[in-house]
Design a protein around this ligand. Structure first.
Ligand SMILES: Nc1ncnc2c1ncn2[C@@H]1O[C@H](COP(=O)(O)OP(=O)(O)OP(=O)(O)O)[C@@H](O)[C@H]1O
Length: 237
């Protein structure tokens, strides 16, 4: 197997949080590999460590120990500036709370991450409209979030995550506020983007619709992996 195909490697990752006098072990020795272009989901009960795992892979939070290698770079060794740059260039986040800005239109929301990439206003607008087209919202680009349905708002958040053309997209409970039909549509969109753009998706979820659409299913409990099912071995095999 070519090591280039492994886009994410976690080796014995530990993370604890202190809640007053209590120490919570959110991740207790997680090791896993994700291949380029995989759609992987992380499944587990509430509090099992799914969000913590996404945050550590995306460089939003730091592991206490262990190694986190993303696209060949050990991000545990990056300083804050380099970590910010890494997040901006490589990672697209779709958070549980969509964090859309209500006074901005869909296209203005999608443009926001590009403000830090040194593109002209015209380029930013073109890229944001292209991202909205990808999620089939080109015709609603000038609406504000409260003029869009829940599923459409979710797609705006996805367009905002994709606009920087990240190689890895991390989604936290993307169907939590959607009905099952909209949830299925969302997963069709993920698959379409994945086959078109070859991005790697990691999705934290409880939702069977999402789990059934994922190639690789990583089950965690109490911060430990209990099973890994499916997934491709390598693109070159
Ligand atoms: N910033 C924090 N400070 C203190 N404790 C935290 C923090 N973030 C997470 N935790 C704790 O770490 C554990 C794992 O939390 P995490 O959010 O990763 O779980 P989860 O599987 O994503 O849960 P859910 O499905 O409810 O979103 C929980 O016990 C949680 O209370």
């Amino acid at each position: 197997m070519s090591s280039n195909d492994t886009v994410i490697i976690l080796k014995n990752v530990f993370k604890s949080y202190r809640q007053k006098s209590i120490v919570v072990h959110a991740l207790s020795g997680i090791s896993l590999e994700i291949y380029r272009g995989e759609i992987a989901c992380i499944v587990g009960p509430s509090g099992s460590g799914k969000t913590t795992l996404l945050n550590i892979v995306g460089g939003l939070d730091r592991a206490d120990s262990g190694r986190v290698i993303v696209d060949g770079v050990d991000i545990t060794e990056l300083d804050e500036g380099k970590l910010t740059e890494f997040r901006l260039r490589k990672i697209g986040f779709v958070f549980q709370a969509l964090n859309l800005i209500p006074i901005l239109t869909a296209v203005e929301n999608v443009e926001l991450p590009l403000a830090f990439m040194g593109l002209s206003k015209k380029e930013r607008r073109e890229r944001a409209l292209e991202a909205l087209e990808m999620v089939r919202l080109g015709d609603k680009a000038y609406r504000k979030p409260d003029e869009l349905s829940g599923g459409e708002q979710q797609r705006v958040a996805i367009a905002r995550a994709l606009v920087t053309r990240p190689s890895i997209v991390l989604m936290d409970e993307p169907t939590a506020h959607l009905d099952s039909e909209t949830g299925s549509e969302l997963m069709k969109l993920v698959k379409r983007l994945n086959s078109k753009l070859k991005q790697t998706f990691i999705i934290a979820t409880h939702d069977p619709i999402v789990v059934n659409s994922c190639e690789k299913v990583i089950r965690i409990r109490d911060g430990k992996i209990i099973s890994i099912e499916g997934g491709r071995k390598s693109l070159s095999s």
